[in-house]
Design a protein around this ligand. Structure first.
Ligand code: NAD
Length: 246
């Protein structure tokens, strides 16, 4: 059975991706932040995944820490046997205009959204090399493509995710490992639920489809990118934004 490892999968888009890949027939490794609350949520996600007749195992790790990623990847290999697909989804925001943003707020977002990708790739790519097969999908953002006021930290981290995606695609293409990114726009999740109502209404004016996306609409594109149907697609960024920018 093929195995998919999804980071930050205890809620939101990550949880939805885990369930979709379980439905597709993957055994799933559900990474969650090491807290009681995230562990409990991840267990619920695992139960829903198991309903599709696959194995689902939860792994606590702060993906901004190299040592924790190393341990997690070892544990996934031991318990599930391989890592065929990696979805780097974990992410945070600490939104503020540049003038008000602290150094800590900048560094925190870079550590979780950007450095985590390096940490995971360092540990998972050697596994995929041995297998002579692998599918990597990084969750970027439209902010990484176009920038966004109040998100200099987040935009920088997601811009880096896009350039890291292309670099890995170039380095590992000959090893039969593909690496793509998706760039969601406004998606209904706990991350966007906290935004002010008037901001949300204003942002929708720029969306051609005039609605928020659902996490399932991100998961379905990830499902394609980890499947055999995308075997000749690598180094690409697919925007999932209802036509936010054209
Ligand atoms: P969310 O806040 O609901 O989920 C983020 C997940 O990441 C949570 O489960 C959280 O516990 C986990 N996480 C945070 N820090 C972690 C760490 N250090 N180690 C392990 N896990 C950690 O947000 P979401 O909207 O589901 O976002 C998922 C991804 O999609 C993020 O990378 C986000 O930047 C991206 N994204 C979201 C939107 C949107 O509109 N919601 C748009 C573009 C991109």
């Amino acid at each position: 059975m093929a195995v998919a490892l999804i980071t930050g999968a205890s809620q939101g888009i990550g949880a939805c991706i885990a369930k979709r890949l379980a439905k597709d027939g993957f055994d799933v490794a559900i990474n969650h932040f090491p807290s009681e609350e995230s562990a409990a949520k991840a267990l619920e996600v695992a139960k829903e995944c198991e309903a599709f007749g696959v194995k689902a195992v939860c792994f606590a790790a702060d993906v901004s820490k190299m040592a924790e990623c190393e341990e997690m990847v070892k544990a996934v290999k031991e318990q599930l046997g391989s890592i065929d697909a990696l979805v780097n989804n974990a992410g945070i925001t600490r939104d503020k205009l540049l003038a008000r943003m602290s150094e800590d707020e900048y560094d925190a977002v870079i550590a979780v959204n950007q450095k985590s990708i390096f940490n995971m790739l360092k540990n998972v790519c050697p596994v995929m090399m041995k297998q002579k097969h692998g599918r990597i999908v990084n969750i970027a953002s439209v902010a990484g493509l176009y920038g966004n006021p109040g998100q200099i930290n987040y935009s920088a981290s997601k811009g880096a995710v896009i350039s890291m995606t292309k670099t890995v695609a170039k380095e590992y293409g000959r090893k039969n490992i593909t690496c793509n990114a998706v760039a969601p726009g406004f998606i209904h999740t706990p991350m966007t639920d906290v935004l002010a109502e008037d901001y949300k209404t204003k942002m929708l004016e720029a969306v051609a489809m005039r609605r928020y996306g659902e996490p399932e609409e991100v998961a379905s594109v990830v499902s394609f990118l980890v499947s055999e149907d995308s075997s000749y697609v690598t180094g690409q960024v697919i925007e999932i934004s209802g036509g936010l920018s054209m």
